[in-house]
Design a protein around this ligand. Structure first.
Ligand SMILES: Cc1ncc(COP(=O)(O)O)c(C=O)c1O
Length: 412
């Protein structure tokens, strides 16, 4: 029997257990020298002149950047219409109005033309999300921001390892955030990073973070445990006998279980107390070790994307991600459009390949942001996309199987 392939894969160090045990034995689980070392290594990895400040979450990195910038309250911040709801909600909780610009359904990213439509003298910042790991049109976005006197804060939660005109994303605007959650390009079982080339801003961000409570053993252990459960459940030999039968049953019953897999959508003012914690030393130890593998993980994922694309390109009606020549895609997710999407997704599941449909949000339609029913054509079109598993931990045989199964299911 062939094992089923999950929609998500985690980047896991084979010696994670040893690293954690070593940190405990040395009394460096919560605090120690590795946070500063990781911070420097992360900055060096991104490029010259970069300063990084670790945080408990990517969203908190964004919160700290907003605190440090201290932009006038009540002003507008432009987000893509397609993004994770938490980011505009963090801005709202900090006293700003999130304004949404539509995206290009082929790149999934906000377009310069859409930003021009919503930007006003009240706009103080633009937050381009490099959705799924594809860099946005940064030159054009930076030019619009400059013209309107707005700052650019890149959301690189999906995109560590992606480049734009030879530079790493996260180094292109005034500041940036990264997420270090279990499924993200660099997995430290939770955490985030605020990044900027502005030394004075970095210092301010660091001083805001320094005011947060020290990490507690209970919470850090909970993050590590939860991450372990997550990464084990999605391994083919466990996934096939746990989540997969559940997804299969749901598909037969035409029931969508996805909302249960994701964080509850809710107002974030005041910010939940469990968000407020400094980054732990043990996570920094895992981060330092993981950084050594990041180039290879990225290259292997990109190679898998090419291998799957070569097969799927032959199938009429499939639309694949197109990466402009001046940038590289980190492929946190490989998103494509299949003919007869729902039937194809079901057919893949029956053949043991689990595809995810949309997992970020079309924010303007969400109740929390006013629930507008007006169409957002680009973002609305992306709800027809699927995420095809191509993550680096899949073997070449599994990648070929994914390509074959998706191709057959899309033709059926
Ligand atoms: C696009 C995007 N931005 C920001 C975040 C926030 O990252 P974190 O969960 O580390 O707060 C996420 C998390 O999934 C995301 O998908």
């Amino acid at each position: 029997m062939k094992l089923a392939i999950s929609r998500y894969g985690a980047r896991v160090l084979p010696n994670t257990g040893e690293l954690i045990a070593g940190a405990i034995a040395r009394g460096e689980f919560l605090e120690g020298p590795h946070v500063a070392q990781f911070q420097r290594a992360f900055s060096d990895w991104l490029g010259e002149g970069v300063h990084s400040v670790p945080a408990s979450y990517g969203r908190m990195a964004f919160h700290y950047i907003l605190q440090a910038l201290n932009l006038p309250k009540g002003s507008d911040i432009v987000f893509p219409a397609l993004t994770f709801w938490v980011m505009p909600e963090v801005a709202r909780a900090a006293g700003y109005n999130p304004i949404f610009a539509d995206v290009d359904p082929l790149t999934f990213n906000m377009t310069p033309a859409a930003i021009e439509k919503v930007i006003t003298p009240k706009t103080v910042a633009i937050v381009p999300t490099h959705v799924w790991g594809m860099p946005c049109d940064m030159d054009e976005i930076l030019a619009i921001a400059k013209k309107h006197g707005a700052l650019v804060i890149e959301d690189c939660a999906h995109a560590l390892g992606a480049t734009y005109k030879g530079k790493n994303v996260g180094t292109l605007g005034d500041a940036a955030i990264f997420s270090l959650q279990t499924l993200k390009p660099l997995n430290t079982y939770g955490g985030g990073m605020a990044v900027t080339k502005d030394a004075a801003l970095a210092e301010k961000i660091a001083s805001v973070v320094a005011g947060e409570p020290a990490p507690t053993e209970e919470i850090v252990k909970k993050h590590l445990k939860l991450g372990k459960i997550q990464r084990i459940t999605i391994q083919p030999n466990v996934f096939s006998f746990t989540l997969f039968p559940l997804l299969w049953t749901c598909a037969y019953l035409k029931y969508n279980p996805d909302p249960y897999f994701w964080e509850k959508i809710r107002p974030l003012s005041p910010l939940p107390m469990e968000y407020r914690e400094r980054y732990s030393n043990v996570q920094a130890i895992i981060g330092l070790e993981s950084l050594k593998h990041l180039k290879k993980w990225t290259a292997d994922t990109q190679a898998n994307a090419r291998r799957v694309s070569d097969v799927l390109r032959q199938v009429p009606g499939i639309k694949l991600p197109e990466v402009p020549a001046d940038r590289t895609h980190a492929f946190y997710q490989f998103c494509a459009y299949l003919p007869n999407r729902d039937a194809a997704v079901f057919a893949c599941l029956k053949r043991g390949v689990d595809l995810e449909t949309l997992h970020v949000d079309v924010c303007p339609h969400m109740e929390i942001f006013g629930g507008s029913q007006s169409p957002v054509p680009g973002a609305d079109a992306t709800t027809e996309a699927v995420q095809i598993p191509i993550y680096e931990s899949l073997s070449q045989e599994q990648i070929d199987r994914v390509a074959r199964v998706v191709a057959q299911s899309a033709k059926a």
